[in-house]
Design a binder for this molecule. Structure first.
Ligand SMILES: NC(=O)C1=CN([C@@H]2O[C@H](COP(=O)(O)OP(=O)(O)OC[C@H]3O[C@@H](n4cnc5c(N)ncnc54)[C@H](OP(=O)(O)O)[C@@H]3O)[C@@H](O)[C@H]2O)C=CC1
Ligand SMILES: CC(C)(CO)C(=O)C(=O)O
Length: 328
């Protein structure tokens, strides 16, 4: 199976290396120092279960990699415009494209059903560029649980015990292509359940990003250290509860013990990717992960005073340093 991972950063590098271990023929679209390092010495993953190196074909030009059986996109939300421009040469008529990223995906209301079916989210897909370049027919939703940090170009450290990517077609269902990708990831040591309702998975993870992410941006510390503070834990519980309420307003009922989830997060030292980007002086992935969920809350008539404050202050902090990234 020929798979291309578009964006070989922390998550993309980890996924690509697991796919190699699982027997897939893997290439990556990468650039700059990451591309040079991967060409020279492959991708190194240091995880709890194994430390290993994986060789992949790498290029900054998708045309050099050619048509694929599957493409996995793992860039930051505000980098999708560049992907839409470049992805064409990787696609045959039937190549599925999985978007394995945090936040509300650009396709969220496609194949959604009901009154909101087909609602476009221009802040996540300006001008409909991704809809034109990829389209919903071949789009697969993805949610990733893997706490990754790049410690040198091409080297990724993974903090959590066992990583997993959850995949699902926006309209539900399963087919051989998804099964083959999932099997390769599983064989490489990364869990990969395929689920009938990927939007539920989006929200099940997003509620944590929404509450912990801004708190860590404001404290400039990892999740566990931030949650040592009792007031931060109270805010995290309130933020999580508001996230669950937004999901419910959109028709997704999450069975979640918010207090238990906050307690469990106290043992996670990881600095969320948005904090890693803030510290590195890079653009911060705020639109898909923080801003759009609150826009959807307004759409669903759900009030979110705690998240409004947390996200509002985080946005101000990012704007003050020129790191607020609207969609590309
Ligand atoms: N890191 C983590 O622990 C987790 C991250 N996530 C989510 O996963 C997604 C990916 O995050 P993460 O891996 O951390 O991000 P990274 O910034 O580490 O990786 C993205 C990579 O894509 C590259 N890229 C972007 N656009 C292009 C392009 N047009 N051509 C070539 N390369 C490109 C970037 O290059 P460059 O650096 O030059 O921009 C970068 O190397 C995000 O949605 C994030 O929220 C989810 C769970 C955990
Ligand atoms: C913090 C983590 C690993 C999950 O909550 C994440 O999604 C991120 O770093 O962006």
């Amino acid at each position: 199976m020929k798979v291309c991972v578009f964006g070989a950063g922390a998550i993309g590098g980890h996924v690509a290396a697991r796919l190699v271990r699982g027997g897939a023929e893997v290439s990556v679209v990468a650039r700059g120092a990451t591309l040079a390092a991967i060409r020279e010495k492959g991708i190194t993953v240091a995880a709890r279960d194994a430390e290993f190196r994986a060789e992949v074909a790498a290029s900054d030009d998708p045309a050099a990699l050619g048509p694929q059986d599957f493409v996995v996109v793992t860039v930051k939300g505000h980098q999708l415009g560049g992907v839409a421009e470049a992805i064409g040469p990787l696609l045959r008529a039937d190549t599925p494209v999985a978007f394995v990223m945090n936040g509300i995906p650009w396709w969220y209301f496609d194949r959604h059903g009901g009154a909101l079916d087909g609602t476009a989210l221009p802040a996540l897909d300006p001008g409909g560029a991704m809809r034109r370049a990829v389209g919903v027919e071949r789009t697969v939703g993805g949610v990733v649980y893997s706490a990754c940090t790049i410690t040198a170009p091409g080297r990724i450290e993974v903090e959590n015990e066992k990583s997993r990517v959850v995949l699902g077609w926006p309209g539900g269902g399963m087919d051989g292509r998804l099964a083959a990708l999932a099997a390769a990831l599983e064989a490489g040591g990364m869990g990969c359940p395929v689920v009938p309702d990927i939007r539920r998975e989006v929200w099940a993870k997003l509620v944590s990003n929404l509450s912990n992410g801004p708190l860590c941006l404001l404290s400039r510390q990892g999740i566990g250290p931030t949650l040592e503070d009792e007031a931060a834990r109270a805010a995290a519980r309130a933020g999580l509860a508001e996230g669950v309420a937004i999901a419910r307003g959109l028709g997704i009922v999450l069975e979640m013990d918010v207090a238990a989830r906050v307690e469990a997060s106290r043992s996670v030292a990881h600095k969320p990717s948005i904090l890693q980007d803030m510290e590195a002086g890079k653009a911060i992935e705020m639109e898909a992960m923080l801003v759009q969920p609150l826009a959807l809350a307004r759409m669903a008539g759900v009030e979110t005073p705690v998240l409004d404050l947390l996200v509002g202050l985080s946005r101000k902090a990012a704007e003050a340093t020129g790191q607020y990234a609207p969609a590309a």
